[in-house]
Design a protein around this ligand. Structure first.
Ligand code: ZN
Length: 490
């Protein structure tokens, strides 16, 4: 009798390609899928009866800020418990590498002090932490620009631009999957399009992609999409529009026009995809969203405090409620928080997205799923950190019928792996790495809410990473089988 490490029997298999469910078994040997279909008698170290649950490739969170979490929280419970087995880090222009050893991450997003200078050093640190999930890195523009010219509000000199190019080229040579920007943030917002084209060319030469938090997601969304398309065209590489949205009530509905523009670009020969998180609120470092000289009252009115080291009692509260209690306008609450000691470390949640736009995004066949979660487990993080993938499958697939189950899984698995260069992953086929999730499609649901954001989801029965069981029936096994993956161009 053949012997295998693991066999999962009586599953309804979604192979990740978008093909329909089919019943069968999956066997795993040496971390890889060894057989799919009717697996006969085998001598298995572990046998799981799926009892009709859905078995699919593990989900890929294509938009994370988990660069620091891979080291600070290598158990990655908030990711495993929603079925994620691989993570793309380095988004929005902020990456853990390159870095100055000994310097604490200045972005306020990653929460880690570098012991490395480049991606190889960072990857070694991650490997040493034995994380529960796989990860692949983008190299971030904000990180590279800050390293070379600090927070200066000017174009780089020719010599500075050469240094920035060299950093991007080095990261790509060390396994980065592409170049990311966050053009609303410091110092990325001081850059002109030409600078980005030059840097994106370095990623293009290595076969990588351009992932962008657009320069504007509100009044000038369409101009910002145009800039991203220009960079893709001029630098010659695929474009990923990160957390696609139209922000602010007066802009709601614009995602339709933006997706039409993306469709037209694809028809013209560019290669453009996007990702979305299934919520109507964003979240990020509050200091980056406000100008103390003219605080935006519309934005202040929709702010909720996630992490607030300056005033912990505000965590989980809405700015307008605090304003009423303090008998001041909401903008004054924002001012007091931002000017307090450690006020710059505040992470806020802002309710700025229309529910109909979330559904428009999720309907699009080139739309992937990315949580954009910010890992501060001490505060009250946005519930997307724990709930994103089950929320898509439970609320938007089962309850709202916005997209089909097989298509949703395709866009969480094979599409994402192909896009970000994760080779031999994202499909349930013989020979692929055994990154697998077993879930009950009738009960899968997110349980994390804005008030209780750290609740793990329902319906995830089993998660395997590289063939090892990392999560089973609500329990984390503590196995750290994840790897830092090196990008391979298709
Ligand atoms: Zn972003």
């Amino acid at each position: 009798m053949a012997s295998v490490d693991l066999v999962i029997r009586n599953a309804r298999i979604l192979d990740g390609t978008g093909a329909a469910l089919r019943e069968g078994d999956v066997a795993v040997v040496g971390g890889r899928i060894n057989a799919v279909g009717a697996v006969g008698d085998v001598d298995a170290a572990t046998t799981i009866d799926a009892a009709g649950a859905v078995l699919s490739p593990g989900f890929v969170d294509v938009h994370t800020h988990d660069d620091g979490a891979l080291l600070r929280h290598p158990d990655l419970a908030f990711k495993l418990s929603q079925g994620c087995t691989s993570l793309v880090v380095g988004n929005c222009g902020f990456s853990a590498a390159p870095a100055v050893p000994g310097e604490r991450d200045p972005s306020k997003l990653l929460g880690v002090t570098a012991t490395w200078s480049d991606l190889t050093g960072y990857a070694a640190a991650v490997a040493g932490a034995r994380p529960a999930c796989n990860a692949v890195a983008l190299v971030g523009h904000n990180t590279v620009r800050r390293l070379v010219l600090g927070l200066e509000r000017r174009a780089p000199t020719a010599a500075e631009l050469d240094r920035m190019r060299a950093e991007v080229r080095l990261a790509m040579a060390q396994g980065a999957c592409g170049f990311s920007t966050g053009l609303i943030y410091e110092p990325g917002r001081y850059s002109e399009t030409d600078e980005l084209i030059v840097l994106a060319r370095e990623a293009a030469e290595a076969g990588g992609l351009y992932a962008t938090h657009l320069r504007n997601e509100g009044d000038r969304l369409l101009d910002a999409v145009e800039e991203a398309l220009t960079i893709g065209r001029e630098a010659g590489l695929p474009v990923q529009i990160s957390h696609h949205k139209s922000a602010g009530a007066r802009n709601w509905g614009k995602v339709g026009a933006s997706l039409e523009r993306i469709d037209r670009a694809n028809a013209e020969g560019l290669d453009v995809t996007a990702d979305v998180y299934p919520y109507t609120a964003g979240s990020g470092p509050m200091a980056q969203y406000f100008n103390l000289d003219r605080l935006d009252p519309d934005l202040a009115a929709v702010i909720r405090f996630a992490s607030c080291p300056a005033l912990r009692e505000l965590e989980g509260r809405n700015c307008v409620d605090v304003a009423a209690e303090w008998a001041v306008p909401p903008t004054e609450v924002i001012r007091r928080v931002l000017t307090a000691e450690r006020g710059a470390d505040t992470i806020c949640i802002q309710v700025i997205i229309d529910e109909a736009d979330v559904e428009t995004n999720l309907r699009h066949p080139r739309m992937m799923v990315g949580s954009d979660g910010i890992v501060d487990l001490g505060g009250r993080p946005h519930p997307r950190l724990f709930g994103t993938f089950p929320r898509v499958l439970g609320h938007y697939v089962r309850e709202r019928n916005v997209l089909g189950l097989a298509d949703a899984v395709r866009r969480m698995t094979s599409l994402s792996c192909d896009r970000f260069g994760l080779v031999d992953r994202g499909r349930v086929v013989e020979g692929a790495w055994a990154d697998l999730v077993l879930f009950d499609d009738a009960t899968i649901a997110d349980r994390a809410t804005y008030d209780e954001p750290k609740r793990e989801s329902d319906g995830i029965r089993l998660v395997c990473v590289n063939g090892e069981i990392a999560y089973r029936d609500g329990a984390h096994t503590g196995v750290g089988a994840g790897r830092m993956l090196m990008f391979s161009p298709r």
